[in-house]
Design a protein around this ligand. Structure first.
Ligand code: SF4
Length: 392
């Protein structure tokens, strides 16, 4: 597995695979070519939901003089495929095919077979758990051992961006961009003390909405593991810090723990809605947050594993069907619901650890297989589910 830096990407929303990935692709093109005009063809999910996900906007911002085609051609190598033709003085000087493979990661066609740098020697939760137990380490010790102390500085930066997004979201009112005219709700959730709902429900929801609304409006967030699911982990950690006064060192350790959980799903399953549906995005984020919660509240490796497993298990089969391609409905509300599920999973795992039967590695493999079985209309194409049924 590679560094958790490549899981926690800092970038602008609303979508890691549809905004951050294409932005990186365009920047790589500019690094490698000196063109004066570009033609970009988007395929699959990038084509079907690219406008709602602001893919065209970010490509124009980076490349400048560019024409973009949203292709209906079904012959592509990956659900998020992008062709770029580079011209100079009206002559074609280059042509590249790239894939946006989830969480902001990109891959150039032809580079698939190149060996990626492995920072971690283990490939499964079981291997990592055994190694940690043998060394009497917590999961964050494992991360710091293989990544070095520099990762702590990066995780502090990650946490700062997460906190800033919550702060910004809680102080912004009005409507989100786009045709859906979705009203921002984070601030009203924070201050709505009239109802009898618990403080936990109100605050965790407010924090999750805050980040998700910043993301939906193209603001700066951290992929955890994606932009669409970026509200879940910060809202749980912010709540723990806010109410129980955990310090930043504990929060950063929890981010390291969550990072290993997300990394395992990324490498053994998928964190891409276009590949495996929303179970891969919100399910993984919930699993990361549940593991982080259990790490802070309990610390036992088996409990952390069980919490992460419960959280992912109960997202199996969750489809991706964003209305009109905007990362707003169902995404924002779903972040809040998943944040509460993460806390529930973290607590349930502590109560039921002696009865656990399913390993985290098993649930990741199940999620991957379920994702392969999902119809394309439920994999970030806005062609099925709510996106199909919703009428304005
Ligand atoms: S439905 Fe889930 S996977 Fe799809 S865009 Fe929304 S958050 Fe991402």
């Amino acid at each position: 597995m590679d560094s958790i830096r490549n899981l926690y990407n800092i970038g602008h929303g609303p979508s890691s695979s549809h905004a951050i990935g294409p932005e990186r692709i365009c920047k790589e093109i500019l690094k490698n070519y000196e063109g004066d005009y570009y033609k970009v063809i988007l395929y699959g999910s990038l084509s079907l939901t690219g406008v709602g996900h602001l893919t065209d906007k970010i490509i124009k911002t980076v490349l400048g003089n560019v024409d973009i085609e949203f292709s209906n051609d079904q012959h592509y190598d990956h659900p998020n495929t992008m062709d770029i033709f580079i011209y100079k003085n009206n002559a074609l000087i280059g042509q590249e095919r790239y894939f946006s493979i989830g969480g902001g990661a990109i891959l150039r066609k032809g580079d698939e077979l190149k060996e990626k740098p492995h920072i971690y020697p283990h490939q499964s939760f079981q291997e990592i758990k055994d190694y940690c137990k043998a060394n009497q380490w917590a999961l964050h010790d494992y991360v710091y051992h293989f990544e070095g102390d520099a990762i702590k500085t990066y995780l502090a930066e990650v946490w700062k961006v997460m906190e800033d997004a919550i702060d910004l979201g809680l102080h912004t009112e009005g409507f989100l961009p786009g045709e859906l005219k979705v009203r921002r709700k984070a601030k009203s959730l924070l201050y709505n003390q009239k109802s009898k709902v618990s403080i936990e429900l109100r605050l965790v929801s407010a924090y999750a909405y805050a980040v998700s609304e910043v993301n939906a409006s193209g603001g700066l967030v951290v992929t955890a593991p994606t932009c669409g699911s970026s509200g879940i982990l910060p809202s749980v950690l912010y709540y723990l810090k806010d109410i129980y006064k955990y310090n930043d060192k504990i929060i950063i350790n929890a981010l390291a723990t969550a990072g290993i959980i997300g990394n395992l799903v990324k490498h053994n399953g998928s964190i891409s809605g276009a590949e495996a549906g929303c179970q891969a995005e919100v399910g993984t984020a919930c699993s990361m947050a549940a593991g982080a919660y259990a790490a802070i509240e309990n610390g036992d490796l088996d409990v952390i594993e069980y919490a992460a497993e419960i959280a992912l298990e109960h997202h199996l089969g969750l489809t991706c069907d964003p209305i009109m391609g905007y990362v707003q409905i169902p995404c924002i509300e779903r972040n809040a619901v998943a944040a509460h599920r993460a806390i529930n999973a973290g607590e349930l795992a502590q109560l039921l650890i002696s009865t656990s039967l399913i390993s985290f590695d098993t649930i990741v493999a199940t999620m991957k297989e379920t994702g392969n079985d999902l119809l394309a209309s439920y994999r970030e194409t806005s062609a099925g589910g709510l996106a199909k049924k919703y009428k304005k």
